[in-house]
Design a binder for this molecule. Structure first.
Ligand code: ACM
Length: 533
C-alpha cells in the first residue's frame, strides 16, 4: 500500500507520543508504590494489610534503633547507596517524629524469636521484633519494599517510596536450609559467603556443607593431616580440588552467624569415603576395592570404612572432636547414605557407634534417612531424600525429619531435557514442580509436628563455579525458601508465578544468571496480587 512521506512522519510521531505517555504513566505508577499487596515479596509474609499510601525516604530521614546491630548498619549503607541520602543512625527516642525509620527490639504479640512486625505509613516506618534475628528478617522484607537496585547498590534515579501497610510475619518451620556439595567440586570461601548472602536474604537459616565424599575431603583435621593433604587434592573431572583450613571454616561459621545462618557440617560415612581411604588406607578393609585410588568419576556406593576396625572409631573420634569444637550449631551430619558395600549389620553397628561419638562431643546427630536402620539417639534428625519408609522408620523412633525429597528439592536436577548442566536420575524439576508440594503431606504418616523443616540440596557432580551454582539454584531455591517460611494456606503456583515474574528483576540486579522458565509469565503486573490475609 502507498503511504505518503508526510503520512509516515505523522504516524511515527503519533507512535512516539503514545509510547512516551505509556512509558511515563507505567513508570510513575511503579515509582510510587501504593499497594503493599502488589509488592512481589518472597517469601510471602503470614499477613500483609495494605493501606494505600507510601513512605518517602528523604534527606532528613533518620534510622532510629534500640541497639547497635550490624544488620541495621548494613541496611543503612545499602539504603544510602540506593537513595543517595545520609540516613544517619541514631539511638531510639521516646517520642517518634515523622519522616523516620524505627528499628526496635520489643516484645511483639508473636513470641517466636524469628518473628517481626512491620508498619509503614506515610509518616514513618516501624519495625519491631523480639530479637535481633527477627529484626534481620524484617529488614529483608523492607529491602524488598525498596527499589530492586538495592540489590546492586545502584543509586535510584527516582525518589524512593515504600508502599504502606502492616506486615505480621514469622516462619512456618524452624529449619530452613540449603546444602552445598563442596566435595564433588570444591568452592572457595568467597563462593560460600555469597551463597550465605543469598539464602539469608530469603530468610533461610541453615547452610549444610557436604564436606567429604569419594572425590575429595574438604575440611582440615589437624590430627589426621593427610585427609586434606592427600584426600583434598582431587575432584570430579580430575581438577585440583581444595579444602578449608580450620581458619577458613571458622571464618565461614562467623560470617554465617552474622546473617543468622548456622553451618551444619557433614562428614559422609561409612560409604562415600574413598578420599579418606586414599589418605589412610589402614581405614579400609573392602575386599572388592583393596587399593583405593583417587576418584574423579561420579559413581556412588563403592567405598566403605572398615566398620569392625577399632582404629576407625579412634579416627572418627578425632574428626568429630575437631569438627564439633569449631561448630556452634547443634547438629553434626554423619551422612550414612548409599553405603552399598557395607554389610547391613556392619552398617547398623557403625551408625550406632558414631552416634555415641557425636553425643560425646555435645552435638545432635543428623543423617540421611538411611540411618533409620540403626537405633537413633534421642534428639536425632533424619534428612528424607528418597525412601519414604526410611523416614517413617525414623519418626517411629521419635526422630524428627528434615524434608529434602530429591524429586522436588534437589537443585542439581535438570529443569528439563535441554538443561545444559545437572542430572535427572530423580526427576526433571521445572519451577512449578519444585514449588507445588507441601512438606506436611509429602509422606503419609508424617505430620507437620514431626518435621523440622525443608532443605534444598545442590550436589555438584556437574557444577564447578558460582555461575553454575546460580543457574541451577535460581529461581528454585527461593521457592524452597518460601515453602520453609510461609504458611501452606494460600500458597499456589498460579499466584506465585506472577510474584516470581516481578521479583526476577531483583535477581537481575543481584547479577544472577538464573534459569528463565517459560512457565513464568512475562507480563507479570497482570496477575500480581498477594494471597495472604
Ligand atoms: C543422596 O542423594 N545420596 C543423599
Amino acid at each position: 500500500m502507498f503511504k505518503s512521506k508526510s503520512a509516515t512522519a505523522y504516524f511515527q510521531s503519533l507512535v512516539l507520543l503514545i509510547s512516551t505517555i505509556l512509558i511515563f504513566s507505567c513508570s510513575s505508577a511503579e515509582l510510587v508504590p501504593m499497594d503493599l499487596k502488589k509488592v512481589p515479596l518472597i517469601p510471602t509474609p503470614v499477613s500483609a494489610t495494605a493501606t494505600g499510601e507510601s513512605f518517602e525516604i528523604t534527606d532528613k530521614t533518620v534510622i532510629f534503633t534500640s541497639g547497635d546491630f550490624l544488620s541495621i548498619e548494613q541496611f543503612a549503607q545499602e539504603a544510602r547507596n540506593v537513595t543517595g541520602h545520609p540516613l544517619e543512625i541514631s539511638p531510639m527516642i521516646s517520642s517518634p517524629s515523622n519522616g523516620n525509620m524505627y528499628f526496635q527490639i520489643a516484645e511483639i504479640e508473636n513470641k517466636d524469636s524469628e518473628a517481626y512486625e512491620l508498619e509503614v505509613s506515610n509518616n514513618n516506618l516501624v519495625l519491631k521484633a523480639n530479637t535481633e534475628q527477627g529484626l534481620f528478617y524484617g529488614i529483608q522484607t523492607i529491602r524488598q519494599l525498596m527499589p530492586a537496585s538495592i540489590e546492586s547498590g545502584r543509586l535510584s534515579k527516582e525518589i524512593v517510596y515504600l508502599a504502606s501497610g502492616k506486615i505480621i510475619d514469622s516462619p512456618r518451620f524452624e529449619y530452613r536450609g540449603a546444602m552445598l556439595d563442596v566435595s564433588r567440586h570444591f568452592f572457595g570461601v568467597d563462593v560460600i559467603k555469597r551463597y550465605i548472602d543469598y539464602i539469608s536474604s530469603y530468610k533461610m537459616n541453615k547452610l549444610h556443607l557436604h564436606l567429604s565424599d569419594d572425590q575429595g575431603w574438604r575440611i582440615e583435621i589437624k590430627s589426621w593431616p593427610k585427609l586434606t593433604e592427600v584426600g583434598g587434592l582431587t575432584q570430579v573431572g580430575g581438577g585440583e580440588g581444595g579444602f578449608y583450613t580450620q581458619e577458613d571454616y571458622k571464618e565461614i561459621v562467623r560470617y554465617a552467624q552474622s546473617k543468622f545462618v548456622t553451618i551444619v557440617p557433614e562428614i559422609d560415612m561409612p560409604g562415600h569415603t574413598n578420599a579418606a581411604l586414599v589418605a589412610y588406607p589402614e581405614l579400609n578393609c573392602n575386599k572388592k576395592d583393596p587399593n583405593p585410588k583417587a576418584y574423579s568419576g561420579i559413581e556412588v556406593g563403592f567405598s566403605t570404612l572398615c566398620t569392625r576396625n577399632p582404629e576407625v572409631y579412634n579416627f572418627l573420634d578425632d574428626v568429630i572432636k575437631e569438627l564439633a569444637a569449631m561448630t556452634p550449631g547443634e547438629y553434626i551430619h554423619i551422612g550414612g547414605d548409599e553405603s552399598h558395600v557395607t554389610e547391613k549389620e556392619d552398617y547398623i553397628y557403625f551408625i550406632n557407634k558414631v552416634q555415641k561419638i557425636v553425643s560425646k562431643y555435645g552435638k545432635k546427630v543428623m543423617g540421611w534417612d538411611d540411618i533409620s536402620a540403626a537405633t537413633l539417639e534421642t534428639g536425632s534428625a533424619v534428612q528424607h531424600w528418597a525412601k519414604k519408609e526410611n523416614a517413617i522408620k525414623a519418626v517411629a523412633q521419635n526422630a524428627k525429619v528434615l524434608m529434602t525429597p530429591a524429586t522436588r528439592t534437589y537443585l542439581d536436577m535438570q529443569y528439563d531435557s535441554t538443561t545444559p548442566l545437572g542430572l535427572h536420575w530423580a526427576a526433571y524439576i521445572e519451577l512449578d514442580s519444585a514449588y507445588i508440594w507441601d512438606p506436611a503431606t509429602q509422606i503419609d504418616g508424617i505430620s507437620e509436628s514431626q518435621i523440622i523443616g525443608v532443605e534444598a540440596a545442590l550436589w555438584s557432580e556437574t557444577i564447578d563455579n558460582l555461575n553454575e551454582i546460580e543457574y541451577m539454584a535460581f529461581p528454585r531455591l527461593i521457592g524452597h525458601a518460601e515453602i520453609g517460611w510461609s504458611p501452606q494456606k494460600g500458597r499456589s503456583w498460579d499466584e506465585y508465578k506472577f510474584r516470581l515474574a516481578k521479583h526476577e528483576e531483583r535477581l537481575v540486579e543481584m547479577g544472577i544468571d538464573y534459569y528463565r522458565s517459560a512457565l513464568v509469565p512475562r507480563n507479570a503486573n497482570d496477575g500480581l496480587q498477594l494471597n495472604n490475609p
